[in-house]
Design a protein around this ligand. Sequence first.
Ligand code: ADP
Ligand code: ADP
Ligand code: ZN
Length: 219
Amino acid sequence: MNIILLGPPGAGKGTQAQRLVERHGMRQLSTGDMLRAAVKAGTPVGLQAKAVMERGELVSDAIVSALIGEELDTMGPAAGAIFDGYPRTAAQAEALDGILAARGRKLGHVIELDVDEDALVARITGRFTCATCGKGYHDSFEQPRAPGVCDKCGGTEFKRRPDDNEETVRTRLAEYRAKTAPILPIYEARGIVTRVNGMAEMDHVTAAIERILAKELIP
Ligand code: ADP
Ligand code: ADP
Ligand code: ZN
């Protein structure tokens, strides 16, 4: 099964993808994570992407689609893919169709996380992750159970993204509205979009997604 989690920055895509990975053995394909790894490693892609990401603008379609194709090629055919933060433009949506078809994969569901924009700045400016395992947290909404210790791996170092500041978030939201939201009709026409209330508690959002995927999920 292959699914897309669609929603603006801070909607909860990464949070929900991590849960599906842990509970159902799916694989998260986050172009944001791939790009940040490339920036850190100083690869040519990273060098090209760094300033664009710091401004909150979109990296080129060719770069992100190539990253997605490469990542899919490291997966066994049975593993389900969760696309998190991709596609973000009509060109990427079209590229994804070709990428999936070439690998005999089919898109099962597009899950739209519906959120109030007013809540997103608070979500993003309070976001941090474990520096060791990448588990996501929030200053107000999801703190580690023991202060300063990662629930998942016991790590004690955490990090914040340089682009998770109010000014950049405004640009990222504008990019979402202008370039990403318009791809929804492509998938609506295929009858594969389900809208989930992303303002609900994290557990409720997870339960709603699991209901949508119930027929295909490995328990
Ligand atoms: P995205 O991947 O869509 O940008 P994240 O999953 O990283 O979003 O979530 C952004 C921040 O909001 C994180 O700090 C996360 O802990 C928090 N968050 C995610 N879902 C919810 C929710 N349903 N309610 C409150 N906070 C949430
Ligand atoms: P969020 O889910 O919080 O918006 P991501 O981690 O998905 O953040 O993306 C961070 C940044 O990486 C984006 O602001 C953009 O610059 C770049 N990026 C990630 N995915 C894509 C994509 N599919 N197309 C273009 N740029 C991307
Ligand atoms: Zn951890």
